[in-house]
Design a protein around this ligand. Structure first.
Ligand SMILES: *Cc1c(COP(=O)(O)O)cnc(C)c1O
Length: 401
């Protein structure tokens, strides 16, 4: 007897849950794109996006998804034949490298595997070996959405400084912005890419490239940049249309305005703490389940895990079975295992992921964990008992009277 009627919960790591307030803000007639409303709205968005990225520098907005931001970032900073160092900790590092390669940039990929973060000692060795200082940039992903790992951005900056290496540091924060703590200026990041559809709680379709002065100097010699992707007119427009290289994505802007208001009202620090607390509640359940069965988190050490997305292994084919059962029977959809293919599991059916980014609260997480537990019971997957009690305790921590 399916129990899925009611509000479906799409708990995949992007697109994330869109708040009703954001949807309602988008439900309105088209505005006049030549009026002052949109100019003021866009200026306010740029100002608040800067503060959410923790930077005083510029940003360009693109009508694009994350892949578009990746391409814009590379095109504005590189010439064909440039060499870049890619620090891959999952599917998305390889994805960014592929975009760079197709533009004509030569990628030296260092693969840290599918359940580890960036190993700084290995990075030190790579930078020391680059005696000609040929790497123009270092590409890394803050939170890799496939593995659930969170990389230490400041440690990569420190390695570059130790090596006195001039490469610019480019960071993908598409999954982490407004979920995991990120400090663009304090951590010495030269360029950061983000998108609307994850921590920013807005439909996919707008993406951002933040760039500091060193990245903008790289723009001076970059021969990959074309008129549409050029960040300069977008970041410093003379005419309003230049923000977007054409017609503004009007309704996305309305939605994003409301989403940023929600983040500002809650307080960015509080948003980070909420994500951390809810992530710990999720991990606590997995610890208990895994004590007596096949369930295991993909990243062992809690301090290396993202607070936005969790990647777990339950074994082939139970990841796929569990996802199917939860969608059809209980109205919750989990994410697929991404980039987790293994020789005996080419489709990654033993893995699944949970998106807990953006508009997520304790009852959603507890409901989701209860649904997973129901799935474990119904499908006969062995698991430890009382996982939900452990999660509930974390949600209750420090909240008593
Ligand atoms: C989602 C995601 C992307 C890709 O974004 P698209 O909007 O699907 O193009 C890139 N990097 C990370 C870390 C992501 O989470």
């Amino acid at each position: 007897m399916p129990l899925e009627q009611g509000r479906h919960y799409l708990a995949i790591p992007g697109p994330s849950v869109i708040p009703d307030r954001v949807l309602q803000a988008m439900h309105r007639p088209a505005p006049n794109i030549y009026g002052s409303e949109l100019v003021e709205l866009t200026e306010s968005l740029v100002r608040d996006l800067r503060s959410i990225g923790r930077t005083k520098y510029d940003l360009a907005i693109y009508i694009a998804n994350g892949h578009g931001a990746w391409e814009a970032a590379i095109a504005n900073t590189h010439s064909r034949g440039d060499r870049v160092l890619v620090l891959a900790t999952g599917h998305f590092g390889f994805g960014w490298a592929e975009i760079a390669r197709r533009i004509g940039v030569e990628c030296h990929i260092v693969d840290f595997g599918r359940s580890s973060d960036i190993d700084v000692a290995r990075l030190d060795a790579e930078l020391a070996a680059d005696r000609e200082r040929a790497f123009r940039s270092v590409l890394m992903v803050h939170t890799d959405t496939s593995t659930g790992v969170r990389n230490d951005v400041a440690a990569v900056r420190m390695a570059l400084d130790r090596a006195d290496h001039p490469a610019i540091l480019m960071v993908d924060c598409i999954a982490s912005l407004a979920c995991d703590r990120f400090e663009m200026d304090a951590w010495g990041v030269d360029l950061m890419v983000a998108g609307s559809q994850k921590g920013l709680m807005t439909p996919p379709g707008v993406a951002f490239v933040y760039f500091g002065p060193r990245a903008d100097r790289a723009r001076d010699r970059a021969d990959c940049v074309t008129a549409y992707w050029d960040w300069r007119p977008r970041a410093n427009p003379v005419e309003f249309y230049q923000y977007f290289g054409g017609t503004a994505p009007t309704h996305h802007l309305f939605g994003l305005r409301t989403a940023l208001d929600m983040i500002i009202d809650e307080g960015l620090e509080n948003v980070w703490v909420r994500h951390e607390r809810l992530a710990r509640a999720i991990w606590a359940a997995f610890d208990v389940w895994g004590a007596d069965g096949p369930m295991a988190l993909n990243i062992d050490r809690p301090e290396k895990r993202s607070c936005a997305v969790t990647s777990a292994r339950v074994g082939k084919p139970d990841g796929k079975r569990l996802r199917g059962w939860l969608t059809e029977t209980l109205g919750v959809t989990l994410g697929i295992g991404l980039g987790m293919a293994e020789p005996d599991d080419p489709e990654g059916q033993g893995f699944f992921r949970i998106g807990h980014m953006g508009h997520v609260n304790a009852h959603m997480v507890l409901g989701l964990l209860g649904a997973i537990e129901a799935g474990l019971v119904a499908l006969g997957i062995p698991h430890g008992r009382d996982a939900l009690a452990a999660s509930a305790r974390i949600c209750a921590e420090g909240q008593g009277r």
